[in-house]
Every structure is written in C-alpha cells, then in structure tokens.
Write a protein that binds this ligand. Sequence first.
Ligand SMILES: [Mn+2]
Length: 467
Amino acid sequence: MADPPPHTQPILVVGHQRPDTDSAVSASVYADLLNLLNPTQGYHEGVMLGEPTAQARWLFAEANTPLPRVISHTHLLVGDVAKQNVMSINSKAALGDALKLIQRHRIGMVPVLNEQKQLLGMLSDHMPMAGYFYHANAEDFLGVLFSTSDIERYLKLDCWQPTESEATGQIALELSRLTPGALALLGDDPRMLPKCRDAGAAAAIVCTGEKTPEWDEAVQECPKLGIFQYCGSLMALVTQLPMAIPACRLMQTDNLPTLAQDQTVAEARKALLEAQFALPVMNSDGTLYGVVSRAEILGAPRRRVVLVDHFERHQAPDGITAAEIIEIVDHHRVGTLETNQPIRVDCRPVGSTATIIACKFSENGRTPTPSQAKLLLGAIMADTLLLTSPTTTPVDRHQADLLAGIARVDLHQFGHEVLVKNDVTLDQPASVLLENDLKEFSVGDMKFAVSQIETVDRSRLLFFSEL
Ligand SMILES: [Mn+2]
C-alpha cells in the first residue's frame, strides 16, 4: 500500500452509514486499487462512516489489514486546508528576527515555539504593538527589561568586558535615570564609564569606532561593569535597539485563539471573522500543526469522495452536498444521490459491491493480494449469506471461487466463519438490534427503512417472535 503524499487532502472512498462488512471492505480495497491504477490522481483513503461490526473487525484482523479510519462526516476539516511548514521563531529570537520573517515572506504573523515545538505565543504586525515593528525607538522601551545577552547577539556588539552575571536591568539613556542593574547607552565619551559604575549600572554600550587608550583607561577603572562596543552612532544604536527585544516579551499569549485539526472549515471561518490574523492549528500534544488564514479557507478545494455500496442520499455521509462525488460503485438500485458534474458510475446487479471491486481488479489486469482477496471474499460471503441470497449471481460465485484460490481458503468453511461472526447477539434490546443494519430509502415523498438481522441458527430468531 502506498504511503499518502504529505500535505494533500486524501480522496475519501466511503461506504454507507452504519457500515456493514461489504461497505468497509469495498472502501478499503477499492482505495488500494485506485491508488494502484491512478497514482497521479491523488491519494485515495478508504474510510468508514461509523464503527465497524464485529464481523468486519474479525475479517480485517484475519486479513492482517488495518481497519479503515472511522469518520462521521465529509465536511472539510481545518487539518485538510491548513498551511503546514510555516515560518516560526523560537522564544529567544529577537523582534528583529520576527520582523525579517514577516517582511521577507509576506506573512501576517509568526508563531513563537519552544524547543519542543509547542506554541508559546504569536507575533503579528496586526497586533496592538505593531507600531514598534516599524517606528519604535529605544525611548519606547525605557523601563522595559532587556537582557544583555539578547542585545549582544542581535546588535553584534564587541564585548570589551563581560558582565559579572547576566544583566536584565532597565535601559537608560541619561545618567539621571540610571538605576542599579541598568543597561546604559553611552556615546563616544570615555569619562561617562566611571559615572555609570557609580550609579550601579550592570552594563554599558559605548558607541565608538575604535578602542583608544582613553577607553582602555576607563575600562580598567570599572572592573565590574559589563562593557560592549557598538560600531556606530548612538542614534543608530537607539534605532536598532528595539529589534533586539526578545520575541517572547512581546508575543500575544493571553486568549490566544487556536484551532484543532479536526474542526470543520465552517467553524474555522467563523473564528477567522473575529481574528485579526491567521490562526494557529494545533496538534493534540500542543505542538503546531500549521496555520489557517482566510486565503486557505477561500481557496479550499471541495472534498473529493468516491462512494461505494450505496446510492441513497440518506445513507451517504453528512456533508456530501458540499463535497464533490467523483465516482459511485454500487450494487443497489440507482437511488437519490445527485451530482453537479458527470461522473463515473459503476452499478451492477450482483450480490455485493466487493464482487464489483473484484471484477475491476481483473478488468484492469491486476490480481488482489491474498489479504485483499480474503477481505473481498469475506464481504461477498457476508452480503450474499454464503452465496445463498436471492441477489446472488453467477458473477458472485465465479469471483468467490477465484478469491478463495488467491486467499488459499476453503470457500464454504471460510464463508461460514464469516457469517457466524455476524450472528445476532441477543444481549441487546430489540430496538438496538434493529438499528444495527438499518438502511433508509426514499421513493417520491415516501421514506422507509429496511433492517436486517442475520443468524446461522434459525431457532434463535424464534426468540423475537415471542417478544
Ligand atoms: Mn453491499
């Protein structure tokens, strides 16, 4: 079985609601065949519209094949349309790094992630502090805590003398505003250094082109002061400084709206109307899956679906009207499903959809694997009650023989094993038993339903006549 290509929406191959064995098997094996025949069309995924029966569970286990994923509708999900591999920054990155990403990639926001790729917050040029991104100067950040290591890294400072410990004081441009532990921004006057020391500053950035003997002397006078050189004017330093503020100090963390992969696109649309920027889409472990913006929602392609084993609107998935049905393969009457475009329809009057899938293998010059053969055979046996139902045709018998040969099983013994697994269990109320294999139909204005209960032991059904 081919692996799904990453980041593309699968084409769902799905049977009817309350899936019986034929629906589960046909969806799974037909998806395999379509992937084999049309590898460029997209990845086909067999799914089930509800929990599998005990019989289907047994059969898939017997065939050593994973059960198809259970879905409850075919509405598009956030995970289907979200943009993945988005640009992100870590919490230690500076505001300038975020701004570079935002400008270079023309994105509206940057998620801030920790080392485990979990979402810490978001930075966006649509946030209230957006002005800082473009016009800020150091004055705006007076009183904001800075760490010298952030500043050293971002401003590419030359360290003349390291700080005694990591300084995270306030920034100050004037001596009068220097507080103990502060970071002082100085011009090109070496005489200012001892004054900073006396005021209790932890570090100072000096703006000078070269380290003159006067500077050497001043540095020696202040052995405990961290001293860094910025090769540029004080004005340039003040302009660049805001870009060195760590992203984690500015990111939005409170009431951060997020989406889950399994939310519907309709829900995402509603959330985006209230959001100022794209929304992060989370994995269940708190890591980032991707982002969704209005562009992804507007440009979302319709969900593509192949329907097997049903032709009735009432048996089809919720959300089918918004989906694009690209093919129907069925052995029931042509029912109430409508499509917008011409599509491939393959309806044959045989005992099971699995029979048609088996025919499609040979019609395309392919042979099912022993596992696929076992699944198809089991489904034929289940749907035709061991080739005895009135719907059984010579085609079913012929395909069943071929499949039994490939799967290396005895047709009747295997068929009997399959049927026993679906035998009615009388430990549930009759109303529940009736619901298990209930199919709804509509003809004109009339709606009706047919329910089936199977047993290999007729005497057990007498129990019902006594109810
Ligand atoms: Mn069927």
